[in-house]
Design a protein around this ligand. Structure first.
Ligand code: ZN
Length: 313
């Protein structure tokens, strides 16, 4: 069993699919790489954004539930999602966000600059200026010039009451290393070449989060294949974590469990990936359904709200 190779994808919740689509494609310049449904709730979309080909470590996904209330951020969930950018892109992004009337602040963390802002539903997004970043497959038809485009994810920040049990999981089964501490922030680094940081923000007694629009639903970590995933399942179960059986998510296979402070984690396979059912040129252009839902397509299409991809080339 290899050490975990970093973040695979991050899944969030939105109450406004069109606004969400516009923000992630037009403002953040992520490609809409898959338009499908929530396999556990097929009357709801599942949107995937990422680099040009949907590389693991760049994938941000959303379940749009039209009528959900706004979430409340707290412990036991992801507080912030960070992308890596090049250090020379900090000024460019500050200007770009100002042009789009998005308030932002500039912080310094572990000697790196971090641009902090929120998406339209108050979900915190950060851009970490780092030379330690991966250049994904750039979306040439997107709005951001290649030299300033978001790189892979940099990290997620989890709110915890007590770092000890989550740290034990990360440094145990997952193979992360403790690499730094600054105030109440503790940083761990995984084995992969990118998307390999996890920060814990230690806030004893802070209220738990409540899931809703603008919340991160879960964080998925990378494993190379099905057999390694089974090893993870066994290792997690023997360490006392309630890992689920394997679920077929069409573009990857998944197991889920809650880390000791309450955040939902997933371990997902890299294969088969997002080119499984459509070519790179037309990723995201059409609603894709797995074979077991194809027979219900007319009904599903009738229920789903209409969306417009006017920035799609
Ligand atoms: Zn997932």
């Amino acid at each position: 069993m290899n050490r975990i190779q970093g973040i695979h994808h991050i899944t969030c919740m939105t109450a406004n699919p069109q606004q969400n689509l516009d923000f992630y494609t037009k403002v953040l310049g992520q490609r809409f790489v898959k338009r499908t449904v929530n396999f556990d709730d097929p009357g709801t979309y599942h949107f995937y954004y990422g680099d040009n080909v949907g590389s693991p470590g760049t994938i941000m996904t959303f379940f749009p539930w039209a009528h959900i209330a706004k979430g409340r951020r707290g412990n036991g969930e992801t507080l912030a999602t960070s992308y890596a950018i090049r250090p020379e892109s900090v000024d460019w992004w500050q200007k770009w966000l100002t042009e789009h009337e998005i308030e932002h602040t500039l912080e310094t963390r572990f000697s790196e600059q971090v641009v902090v802002f929120a998406d339209p539903e108050d979900m915190i997004i950060e851009l970490v200026a780092t030379t330690d970043s991966y250049v994904p497959a750039h979306w040439e038809n997107g709005p951001i010039p290649a030299e300033h485009a978001l790189q892979s994810f940099h990290s997620v920040t989890l709110g915890v009451h007590d770092a000890t049990p989550t740290a034990a999981l990360l440094t145990g089964s997952f193979g992360y290393e403790l690499v730094g501490q600054e105030n109440n922030r503790v940083r761990f680094k995984g084995a992969g070449e990118y998307a390999q940081y996890i920060d814990l923000l230690v806030r004893p007694g802070h209220a738990r989060g409540r899931l809703g629009a603008g919340s991160v639903h879960h964080v998925a970590f990378r494993t190379v294949d099905d057999s390694e995933q089974l090893e993870y399942m066994q290792a997690l179960r023997s360490a006392g974590h309630m890992a689920t059986d394997v679920k077929d998510r069409q573009y990857f296979h998944s197991i889920y469990f809650r880390e000791p402070n309450g955040t939902l984690f997933e371990v997902a396979t890299d294969a088969p990936g997002f080119l499984y059912d459509e070519p790179v040129e037309s990723l995201g252009a059409e609603l894709k359904l797995p074979s077991w839902l194809e027979q219900h397509r007319p009904k599903i299409e009738e229920i789903l709200p209409e969306i417009h991809l006017d920035s799609y080339a």
